[in-house]
Ligand binder design. Structure first.
Ligand code: ADP
Length: 189
């Protein structure tokens, strides 16, 4: 299974992706997590990415695409993967298609977690006080949502027109949302 999970910041993508990936036996590949690991290790990639992340902007496509291209060549991706937070721009969609088609592969589905905007902002503000992520301040949260609606929301329609989109309601208890995803994709757990 080669899947993508999408949804606005705070939709619970990371939480659901971790559970679903382990049910499927595929790696959970979160570009945000990879960037954050690089930031905390102070690698050149982390130093570059941090400038954008702390402002709520997207890391440039060239940097992000190269990182994902490298990650997808690892052996653990052979049975599939669950991409979380990628692709996020039209250019990234094109790059991902190119990466897959050069390996004679394709996506099996794109999961969109739908959420109410007020709920998302409330979750992000809560997470800010619990985890202290440096991009979880109110101004940056607002900017991340704007960038999502400008640059990433249009991808949903692209994937819908390709017949890949599966929408799942992301509101409610974590386990309930997981249950909806499991039945939407007919995953055996
Ligand atoms: P969230 O979806 O909650 O905002 P993520 O952990 O997915 O958070 O991403 C955090 C930040 O990492 C983003 O705001 C962005 O700066 C950067 N980032 C992650 N994935 C990408 C991507 N595919 N393209 C560009 N930047 C990205």
């Amino acid at each position: 299974m080669r899947l993508v999970i999408m949804g606005p910041p705070g939709a619970g993508k990371g939480t659901q992706a971790a559970v679903i990936a382990s049910m499927l036996g595929v790696p959970h590949i979160s570009t945000g997590d990879i960037f954050r690991a690089n930031v905390s290790q102070g690698t050149p990639l982390g130093v570059e990415a941090r400038k954008y992340m702390d402002a709520g902007e997207y890391v440039p496509d060239g940097v992000t695409n190269a990182m994902v291209r490298d990650r997808l060549t690892h052996d653990d991706c052979r049975p599939g993967f669950l991409l979380d937070g990628y692709p996020r721009t039209v250019e990234q969609v094109g790059e991902l298609n190119a990466m897959l088609s050069s390996a004679a592969q394709h996506l099996d589905g794109v999961l969109e977690l739908t959420v109410d905007l007020d709920e998302v902002v409330a979750r992000l503000v809560r997470r800010a006080s619990e985890q202290g992520r440096s991009d979880d301040t109110e101004d940056v949260i607002r900017r991340r949502l704007e960038v999502y609606f400008e640059q990433t929301a249009p991808l949903i329609e692209m994937y819908r027109s390709q017949g890949l989109l599966v929408q799942v309601d992301g509101l409610g208890e974590i386990a309930d949302v997981t249950g909806r995803i499991v039945s939407a994709f007919a995953i055996e757990d």
